[in-house]
Ligand binder design. Structure first.
Ligand code: CDP
Length: 313
């Protein structure tokens, strides 16, 4: 209650729309979407000025030479100084062939279930996914099969793969579904995440996997966080999906987002699960997904990116 009062004190007149109001607003807009090249150019310029995604999205030998201090973006006063152990693990420079043309950013929202968007997603030139999502047979028709960049939170390594202390084969085998993607890990966001990330790197490298590990640059994550904070997203940390959309807006000619729907009812007013594969809810005050959705919907309406929130044709 105190938090709510503070909110209205700091942002008088601001009220986040209720789930039902958002559903009504989305239904009013319908599937109408018109690409707006000026909007796309403006956003790319804004993101380039604040965050320089081309140069900074990953930790590279170019932006993080030996001795460089990487400040963890998810914690105060913790840093890692690039050393003999970590420097050789970084890619030389940005490995992506830029500009990327049509990009699909796939969130994990339950709205994807029964969406039949798999084919649509798979037609994109560059496909980004969040948090090593399941791509098994039962989901293919809704989420597709291809990926080019997949994020992996160190906490997944810890929980799903017992920190890779004795289950490296299970990990490497389960990664095969991502083909020859980049695995994008925030290794320098929280101190306890560094070791599991390095172990994941070695597990893939030791098996000559087709996947390439990219460590998210904490400076990039911090500047993207600030960018959205200035636009009204007030969360302890941005969701993985919004980081990826920001990256895509900076690197791609056209962006379509799927699976972004942090609400418990769908457009048909039926219940929607949180994820397309389960209904485990996030920790409440950590992300601000509904606020993020409002921003993304604004970009959809202005033709800067396209949000698919219904079924695909
Ligand atoms: O790790 P995080 O909680 O950020 O993400 P997730 O639950 O694995 O889902 C991936 C991304 O999809 C999120 O970061 C959100 O941006 C988006 N998402 C959404 O918009 N609506 C949902 N119901 C679930 C996820």
């Amino acid at each position: 209650c105190v938090l709510v009062l503070c909110w209205f004190y700091i942002f008088p007149g601001y009220r986040l729309p209720r789930d039902r109001e958002i559903v009504e607003e989305v239904l009013r807009q319908g599937e109408v979407w018109q690409k707006n090249q000026t909007g796309i150019d403006v956003y790319r310029k804004l993101l380039t000025e604040c965050c320089d995604p081309r140069r900074m999205f990953a930790v590279t030998k170019e932006n993080s030479p030996m001795g460089k201090v990487l400040w963890y973006d998810g914690e105060f006063y913790h840093s890692h100084t690039v050393n003999n152990e970590t420097y050789p693990l970084f890619v030389k420079g940005n490995p992506l062939q830029l500009p990327l043309k049509k990009c699909a950013v796939v969130g994990n929202g339950g709205i994807l279930r029964h969406s039949k968007c798999g084919q649509d997603i798979d037609q994109a030139d560059f496909i980004m996914r969040c948090n090593l999502p399941p791509l098994s047979k039962e989901y293919v028709v809704d989420v597709g099969t291809r990926s080019h960049l997949v994020t992996a939170n160190p906490s997944i390594i810890e929980k799903r793969f017992q920190n890779l202390l004795w289950s490296r084969k299970v990990f490497v085998d389960s990664m095969k579904v991502y083909g020859s993607s980049y695995i994008y890990m925030p290794a320098f966001s929280m101190k306890p995440g560094t070791d599991p990330s390095l172990r994941a790197y070695y597990a893939l490298a030791d098996t000559s996997s087709n996947l390439t590990m990219l460590f998210a640059n904490p400076e990039f994550l911090r500047t993207v966080g600030k960018f959205w904070k200035a636009r009204g997203v007030h969360a302890k940390r941005l969701s993985t999906g919004l980081f990826l959309v920001s990256l895509a807006l900076g690197l791609c000619e056209e962006v379509t987002a799927y699976g972004f729907w942090p609400f418990s009812v769908g457009l048909d007013e039926q219940p929607v699960s949180h994820h397309y594969y389960d209904n485990i809810l996030p920790y409440k005050w950590f992300h601000a997904m509904p606020e993020e959705f409002v921003q993304l919907w604004h970009l959809h309406k202005s033709g800067t990116l396209r949000m698919r929130v219904g079924r695909c044709p």
